[in-house]
Write a protein that binds this ligand. Structure first.
Ligand code: ADP
Ligand code: MG
Length: 292
């Protein structure tokens, strides 16, 4: 494409909140046939709210919540922020925590006085060797509603369940349907649980789901698609997503997300509105047409 046609396209994109970093990103977008998309913060608002708290056996709910609040105060994960805010709203104070440890893609753990506490997904429970089967029926019911359910373990025993709900962005439904109309296959890749992921994917008509993935798995998925001959766009907002954004033909970051995601991407959607992907593709098609 000519420098002039590229400038015109990037200018139009910028007006619509679609920042195109370079000519490569613009030119490659028209050739993409698969979109890999992160769930939390990309398809969804990424601003979850605490919706459910369950405690088991003789565990006092407020005592558990105080420890959870203390624990999540040490985490920068969007889930942690939601949990802290939700417990604060219940007027439960934070217990003080020592030995804080965040395990990427799994959860958090620490010590409150004489008690050990851990919060996270099944992988977190596996890491500390806690049997969570007694909570699974309730957890799965929450997940079927698209909520993220996490296990709480105290002194290496299952103590409770906590769930948060993260609404799908208002613009996502239209964006996904337009991308389907443009002939793209859409795959969700998320660190979240399979049931939660499927519930969200079904609401959007997404073709395929890879759940429970770790950051390196997202990049591996892009590599796997390349081996099958696909041209891949990857959209994400997290530190987690950066390796996959860099590996894709076109990385698409949310301007609302982590700086490292934006740095790894060729396109940034200023407000995180996924309709910007449709816009970028149209601009790309028009620009390439102008070469001939
Ligand atoms: P995503 O890919 O959806 O952004 P992550 O890979 O960051 O998700 O996290 C995967 C899962 O690990 C979460 O769904 C949650 O169950 C658990 N997890 C991670 N961090 C935390 C935390 N601070 N508190 C509780 N659970 C967490
Ligand atoms: Mg995310």
């Amino acid at each position: 494409a000519t420098p002039m046609s590229i400038m015109t396209a990037t200018g139009r994109g910028a007006q619509a909140g679609v920042l195109i970093k370079d000519a490569e990103a613009l030119e490659r977008m028209a050739k993409v046939d698969v979109l890999v998309v992160d769930k939390t913060g990309t398809l969804t608002e990424g601003k979850p709210t605490l919706t459910d708290v369950v405690s088991f056996g003789d565990m006092d709910e407020n005592e558990m919540l105080a420890m959870v609040r203390g624990l999540e105060t040490g985490s920068e994960h969007p889930l942690a922020e939601a949990i802290v805010e939700g417990i604060k709203a219940k007027d439960v104070p934070a217990a003080s925590i020592s030995d804080f440890d965040a395990v990427t893609g799994k959860g958090v753990r620490g010590t409150a006085g004489k008690q050990k506490i851990a919060l996270g997904n099944a992988a977190m429970m596996k890491l500390i060797d806690v049997d969570h089967s007694a909570a699974d029926e309730q957890a799965d019911a929450l997940r079927t509603q698209g909520k993220t359910a996490m296990y709480v373990a105290i002194n290496d025993k299952l103590a409770g369940l906590i769930a948060v709900s993260d609404p799908i962005k208002a613009t996502t439904v239209d964006a996904i349907s337009a991308l389907h109309d443009a002939g793209l296959k859409i795959i969700m890749a998320t660190g979240d649980n399979e049931k939660t992921a499927r519930a969200v994917a079904e609401q959007l008509g997404i073709d395929d789901v890879r759940a429970g993935v770790l950051p390196e798995d997202k990049k591996a998925l892009v590599d796997e698609l390349h081996k099958k001959g696909h041209k891949v766009a990857m959209a994400g907002d997290g530190v987690n997503d950066a390796p996959a954004l860099a590996a894709a033909e076109v990385g698409i970051a949310m301007g609302t997300g982590a700086d490292v995601a934006v740095e790894s991407a060729g396109i940034t959607l200023l407000k995180g509105d996924l309709r910007g992907i449709v816009r970028a593709r149209t601009l790309s098609v028009v620009t390439l047409r102008n070469i001939k």
